[in-house]
Design a protein around this ligand. Structure first.
Ligand code: IDP
Ligand code: MG
Length: 139
């Protein structure tokens, strides 16, 4: 129960399909508190910077083009055990493998356009949150 915060983005497929409100409802109903949230759009360079850990992966170009193609919603979420509980709430990367009732199972289009991001560690949650939010917004 040490983790308190995670970071999420509602991705372009989900904002474009009008699922933003439904996804936020799922997040709140699962017990997360929204500490900070913004509707914004990444440039291609922003997307390359955010996903630099994946720069050697074959899908990097498609991923960064896709993530900069339309608005996203970035948010900092708080809950005990936030990182792992949120990964459970969103489900597997590939929506065809995601457990029933997870956000990706219900809203994602494909393994690339998969509706939502969730940080994979406390350290990455802090790094990713700082990419979008100022120290004042994170205080
Ligand atoms: P995660 O979002 O479940 O943590 P990662 O492996 O960190 O998954 O990959 C980051 C993002 O890159 C995924 O959410 C998805 O949008 C995209 N991605 C991952 N694997 C593939 C793939 O095999 N083909 C296309 N896109 C992928
Ligand atoms: Mg990941």
């Amino acid at each position: 129960m040490s983790t308190k915060r995670t970071f999420t983005m509602i991705k372009p497929d989900a904002t474009g399909a009008g699922y933003t409100g439904k996804i936020i409802d799922r997040i709140i109903n699962a017990g997360f508190t929204i500490k900070a949230m913004k509707w914004t759009q990444l440039s291609i360079d922003d997307a390359k910077s955010f996903y630099h850990v994946h720069s050697e992966r074959p899908f990097f170009d498609d991923l960064t083009k896709y993530m900069s193609s339309a608005p996203i919603v970035a948010a900092i979420l708080e809950k005990d055990n936030a990182v792992s509980d949120f990964r459970s709430l969103i489900g597997a990367t590939d929506p065809s493998q995601a457990a029933p009732g997870t956000i990706r199972a219900d809203f994602a289009e494909s393994i690339s356009a998969n509706a939502i991001h969730g940080s994979d560690s406390d350290e990455n949650a802090a790094i990713e949150g700082s990419f979008y939010f100022s120290a004042r917004e994170l205080a």
